[in-house]
Ligand binder design. Structure first.
Ligand code: NOJ
Ligand code: CA
Length: 537
């Protein structure tokens, strides 16, 4: 299967002006009434993606899995889990999306396999098994305790004792998610073959799950204590993960993955999940940009919703980007509380405008275009073990994973059966069907913005320059070739009159609000409460 590796990296790849939409397949559309979204459901909804105007879809995992972590515990990387469909369904889905010019990005989960993966079954069968070294096995520490103090992100120690072979294995997440040993060349080769399998089928790239965990300290040194730990924080926050994650050898492994992709002429994208502050992201682009194309940038999600810290985060990221590296922005995903719950409905519109007008590739989480909020889950319906393992600590991710509300029928058009989680949308009001008919809805606004972004190169690929402004508002310029666009965002629920250098006159191209008869702005720009504007200068 190996081909001559020659870099196909282009100076101006397709994903520079793409908008990526994340689908969590369990919650998008059920086609067979079992209450779980599936690939045929996604095929049924394919027109929605083109109607909305996104360019690529990143699918959370649909591979064979016991579903302890709902697909992030893979037991066969080379097949589709029966709850999601078959490989034939996948091929059809890919064809249907490609026919609409929508690219397909898969979730690649290289740090760990399910404990049900045949590799792990062999590995745990005896210390002499040839696959023993495919995972991270260690003798017990003093008094039979775990080899070190590393904490699992799903609660408890990162080490699980195997009574039969009297060693511990490492799991950064659930004990059913066993960490692979990427230092073993056979593991790398097997995992590269996984990439080739899907690339041969025609996919357009990958998002690497938990890439920062791929290489741990070979000496297994303890993680140091976190001086900022507070009672009520989850137990894994007791330590700073300097030895259990983000080690110096990771980029070698990422470079190997990147080389596999570069053998394919269609410019596959390599995104990697990194949860790092702006200052720490840059190394993941790799020396001479041979690493991730887009290390995910979550910083806007963590920043207090105030002008100064938002500007600081944007400026800091722009400042640390290596020459030629391309930025990206994330406002939500299947692990984070919904943006509309964090900011409220009015500011969720501003957040969407910010996401779609910054320089860089936006990654948009399904349902955020509807302004979905976190759904309160009754205790007997909680599904996520990351939450139920740590009761009372608010770690569960079910609230942001609820099914998409398509219409106002009882199960919202998502399923004819019993949905695996309560439907999102908090009752009628936020459904796709209803919002499509409403020109002022969040969905219509998002669609308009996506169309404008596609039409206006200053927005998709222009430079970004902050403009000085007083108070709780943001102003910046986007410029490309001859076109200049100003963006103004009111971060508060109050009327504002702003005077912004460089935005002295221009035509309103877009507003989060109705703006009849006020299409031209003068030196003083009036912004309604929570209003955002895009102005052609
Ligand atoms: C990050 C994924 O986004 C999350 O959902 C998952 O639980 C962990 N990695 C483990 O795979
Ligand atoms: Ca189904």
């Amino acid at each position: 299967m190996t081909r001559a590796v020659k870099s196909s990296a282009k100076a101006d790849p397709w994903w520079h002006d793409a908008v990526i939409y994340q689908v969590y397949p369990r919650s998008f559309q059920d086609s067979n009434g079992d209450g779980i979204g599936d690939l045929r459901g996604i095929i049924e909804r394919a027109d929605y993606f083109s109607w909305l105007g996104v360019d690529a879809i990143w699918f959370s995992p649909f591979f064979t899995s016991p579903m302890v972590d709902f697909g992030y515990d893979v037991s066969n990387y080379l097949d589709v889990d029966p709850s999601f469909g078959t490989l034939a369904d996948f091929d059809e889905m890919l064809a249907v999306l490609h026919a609409r010019n929508i690219r397909v990005i898969l979730d690649y989960v290289p740090n760990h396999t399910s404990d049900q993966h045949p590799w792990f079954a062999q590995s745990r069968s005896s210390r002499e098994n040839p696959k023993r070294d495919w995972y991270l096995w260690r003798d017990p520490g003093a008094d039979g305790r775990p080899p070190n103090n590393w904490q699992s992100l799903a609660g408890g120690s990162s080490w699980e004792f195997d009574a039969d072979t009297r060693q511990y294995y490492c799991h950064t997440f659930l004990k059913q998610q066993c960490d692979l040993n990427w230092r073993n060349p056979a593991v790398r080769e097997a995992m590269h073959d996984v990439l080739r399998f899907w690339l041969e089928r025609g996919v357009d790239g990958f998002r690497i799950d938990a890439v920062g965990c791929l290489a741990k300290d070979p000496a297994l040194r303890d993680d140091p204590p976190n001086p900022h730990f507070r009672p009520g924080d989850p137990p894994f926050a007791r330590n700073i993960m300097v030895n259990s994650a983000n080690g110096p050898d990771i980029m070698g492994f990422v470079g190997g993955i990147r080389k596999v992709l570069e053998a394919y002429p269609r410019d596959p994208i390599l995104i990697g999940e990194v949860y790092l502050k702006t200052g720490e992201i840059a190394p993941y682009y790799g020396a001479e940009l041979t690493g991730l194309h887009l290390p995910t940038n979550f910083n806007l999600l963590w920043t207090p919703w105030k002008a100064a810290p938002i500007l600081e985060v944007i400026g800091a990221y722009e400042a640390v980007l290596p020459v030629g590296a391309w930025p990206d922005w994330v406002m939500g995903n299947h692990d984070q509380p919904r943006i509309a719950s964090r900011l409220g409905r009015a500011q969720a519109r501003i957040a969407m405008l910010l996401l779609l007008t910054l320089r860089g590739t936006p990654i948009l989480y399904y349902g955020d275009e509807l302004g979905l909020e976190d759904v309160a889950i009754p205790p007997d319906k909680l599904r996520d073990p990351f939450g139920t393992n740590l009761p009372g600590l608010n770690q569960g991710r079910d609230p942001e994973r609820c099914p998409m509300p398509w219409d106002d029928t009882p199960n919202a058009g998502f399923t004819t059966g019993d949905p695996w989680l309560p439907i999102g949308g908090n009752g009628p009001g936020l459904s796709v069907e209803r919002q499509r008919k409403d020109r002022s809805s969040m969905l219509s606004m998002t669609r308009d913005l996506l169309a404008l972004r596609r039409k206006e190169p200053a927005l998709s690929r222009g430079s970004w320059t902050p403009l000085p402004i007083e108070g709780e508002a943001l102003a910046y310029l986007r410029q490309h070739a001859g076109s200049r666009v100003g963006v103004l965002l009111n971060l508060e629920d109050e009327h504002k009159r702003l005077r912004v250098a460089e935005i002295t006159t221009g035509n309103v191209m877009f507003s989060t609000h109705e703006r009849q008869g006020r299409q031209r702005i003068g030196q003083d720009v009036e912004l309604a409460p929570n209003e955002g504007l895009i102005v052609a200068l």
